[in-house]
Design a protein around this ligand. Sequence first.
Ligand code: ATP
Ligand code: MG
Length: 421
Amino acid sequence: MYISHLSLTDFRSYAQADFELGPGTTVFVGSNGVGKTNIAEAIGYLASLSSHRVSTDAPLIRFGAERALVRARVARGGQATAVELEITAGKANRARINRANPVRARDILGIVRTVLFAPEDLALVKGDPANRRRFLDDLMVALRPHHAATRGDYERVLKQRNALLKSARSGRYTAAHESTLEVWDQHLAQAGARLLRGRLDVLELLSAHLGTEYAGLTDGSKAATARYRCTVVEELDDDGGTAALPATALPPSAIPSASQDRDRQDPAGGTREAGAVRAPGLEGAGIGDLERMFLEALAAHRKKETERGITLVGPHRDELDLFLGPAPAKGYASHGETWSLALALRLASYRVLGEDDPREGAGPILILDDVFAELDADRRSRLAAVVAGAEQVIVTAAVAADVPSELGGRVLRVTPGHVSP
Ligand SMILES: Nc1ncnc2c1ncn2[C@@H]1O[C@H](COP(=O)(O)OP(=O)(O)OP(=O)(O)O)[C@@H](O)[C@H]1O
Ligand SMILES: [Mg+2]
């Protein structure tokens, strides 16, 4: 798909900006601070209803304005859709599709699909687990917009259960607390099982691509793999976290047999991409299984949770461990490896979304914010080759010469508040 026209009103540094875009590559060039990332952010926001830079909406609205408007014409296959999103700080955002009556913002999810890669994504590798959970959940929602509710339900139940645990801790833990807690356990396990199942689906889809994308960006000497560490099935340490246990310390069910391991080796001795992302202890678990496991885990941690006044098990405490070769990426990977791995995660999601709707002209929009300046010549051209197949690529760069010439495309100049050909 591609955006053929974008209009920003009171969005970030733009009072009003209107410009045409085409399929293929568009490079936004301008000095630091002129508003290039603001454009990338606006397009990303249309797709995900969240910013890759801030967690609240207020900074998205131009200083002194009350609301921001992002409008886009989207071409998907032969079909054109007009989407309009009104962002009001502290209030529910509203949207319109094809100039019809306003709808909930959530209703536009799925119209625009983007994969955005930005320097902030280094946190996918180096940052705390919340970054990686969000990565999985965002992809889950991009694939199946109804999962926005799955995530919302879980967060709401969790908040209420935590409030109860906290009050039980500050007061005395009574029989009344216990029976109310049991009700919340049911709700949490139900919502949590759906969220976990959604994440597991995403992990399975990513598994086919993570290794290949990382190998494509590098010389292929290290295999990129990932392991989902689920608090519902793993031992918690004294701090309520799961230890990054070596595979041999996992429960027997989680250890792949030697023959499975052999299956993973391709004849060249490398790691085949299938199986690059594992979720020990959860393979093949259906929603009913997950719910039961969740309830068992809550029962097992009842004492600890009431002492600490917080929910210690559940998808909100899970981690996605990333590895390059045998070593964890976090704490071990070099700066360049960290970049490549973060980029490989985004490119893998780009592949997943592309496979989800393989129709001609339906692929996601790829947004690369300030990426090329950070890569060496070899990685630049590898990335250019990957990107060449995308329906629409939005690139931002402070220096036009950093963008590989083989990408071609149109250049738009950005000056404060303005975009011009
Ligand atoms: N809500 C807002 N209202 C007005 N101006 C804003 C708002 N939010 C950000 N800005 C301005 O937008 C500019 C930053 O824009 P942006 O991050 O897009 O720059 P950039 O072109 O990507 O720069 P760089 O090359 O350094 O990444 C800053 O000057 C900032 O003051
Ligand atoms: Mg920028």
